[in-house]
Ligand binder design. Structure first.
Ligand SMILES: Cc1ncc(COP(=O)(O)O)c(C=O)c1O
Length: 378
């Protein structure tokens, strides 16, 4: 990833932190071109939900609007119990300890700060998937640690520095790849063998397609009955259309969660009380998730058929909100060709050099815009 050299980043650089360039700037001319299309832009470049926040979640937020006092950083016991119950009901994890649950202000902040919260710094390595959500890299840099893209999905192999934290992301952004039980179990064993914390970012877990099973890192078959050294990171942004609420949590090893809690209490990293309540209520309701899933399933089917008919190959994409698509050409060529038809997608190299011949096509657009996509690619 390239580094920032312009103004406005001086303080971070003086502190020894080099943040990555903001790659979305590169898309600006293509966005302008797509916007000029007579039918308007079909923007499939970002994964921000567009459907309404479910009524019952809005009501839960409103019902907790009277909040004169400070909320608990740890979250209330009913909230932490709702997370444990959700893991048991939806993820096949019967033994999440509510003491090992902590609400977070969206999961992006946890991804960005986890290395720091764990006390990692100079000399430590944070391993993450080679094609990945960029914030794993950012989090390592913010801590002064070294990000390490793992070229093999089973880890960087022997002889790599002191790995303090390993990130796993299944289902993956941008690829939609799902790691199976056996693969995850090997990663758990490997992380434990080198004494690293393993954090698994699972925010697309309820969005598996074509019958794929999406195991959690905390699944007894994956972790061999112990949550030691493991954290599952989860977000309701996508499944419940409340990215604007910043409603997420981390769960797993109670000893690790206590460490995070200690620092977060001092740092004021508290989920607002109305959001804690919205999170608790949303976790208890499967109906709205099923409704949203169905919307994405239909959009995915239509977008996939349109892309394949236009000569694209879709790789992975067994789960989540993206179609990892390629015409086997440099990704910016694909971005340019689609922008000429008023369609904006994200180039794969935003997510690592290994993505240079793919584009990420998001399904987070209205039915009307997805129908437009099909028409424009025809
Ligand atoms: C893999 C992954 N992790 C984390 C996030 C952050 O989600 P949020 O901060 O809304 O919980 C995203 C958002 O797109 C994501 O794709």
């Amino acid at each position: 990833m390239t580094t920032v050299s312009g103004p406005g980043t001086g303080r971070a650089r003086r502190a020894g932190v080099t943040l990555p360039d903001f790659p979305w700037d590169r898309l600006v001319p293509f966005a302008q071109q797509a916007r000029a299309h007579p039918g308007g832009i079909v923007d499939l470049s970002v994964g921000t939900p567009v459907d309404p926040t479910p009524e019952l979640v809005q009501q839960a937020l409103a019902a907790a609007a009277d909040a004169p006092g400070y909320p608990q950083t740890y979250g209330t016991p009913p909230l932490r119990e709702a997370v444990a119950a959700w893991f048991a009901r939806r993820r096949g994890v019967p033994d999440v300890d509510p003491d090992g649950v902590l609400p977070t202000i969206g999961s992006k902040e946890l991804v960005a700060w986890l290395p720091t919260l764990l006390g990692l710094g100079a000399g430590d390595v944070v391993a993450h998937p080679a094609v990945a959500y960029p914030t794993y890299d950012v989090g390592a840099r913010l801590a002064g640690a070294t990000p390490l893209p793992m070229t093999s999905t089973l880890g960087p192999g022997p002889g790599t520095g002191a790995i303090g934290l390993v990130w796993v992301n299944s289902p993956g952004n941008p690829t939609g790849q799902v790691l199976g039980t056996e693969h995850l179990r090997k990663l758990v064993r490997w992380a434990r063998s080198i004494g690293a914390v393993l954090a698994s970012d699972e925010c697309y877990a309820e969005l598996g397609w074509d019958g794929v099973r999406v195991p959690s890192i905390l699944d007894p078959e994956v972790c061999e009955g112990s949550h030691e050294g493991l954290l599952a990171v989860y977000s309701l942004s996508k499944q419940s259309n409340l990215a604007g609420y910043r409603a997420s949590f981390v769960a797993g090893d109670p000893a690790l969660v206590r460490e995070l809690l200690e620092v977060r209490k001092h740092a004021g990293m508290i989920v607002p009380w109305p959001v804690q309540e919205a999170l608790r209520v949303a976790l208890g309701d499967d109906e709205h998730v099923a409704v949203q899933r169905e919307r994405y399933r239909a959009r995915r089917e239509q977008a996939r058929a349109a892309l394949e008919a236009a000569g694209f190959r879709i790789d992975h994409s067994q789960a989540g909100l993206y179609l990892w698509s390629t015409r086997d050409e440099p990704c910016m060529d694909t971005v340019a060709a689609l922008a000429a038809r008023g369609v904006l997608v994200a180039p794969g190299d935003f997510y690592g050099a290994a993505g240079a011949r793919h584009v990420r096509v998001a399904l987070t657009a209205t039915d009307e815009r997805i129908a437009q996509l099909a028409g424009r690619l025809a």
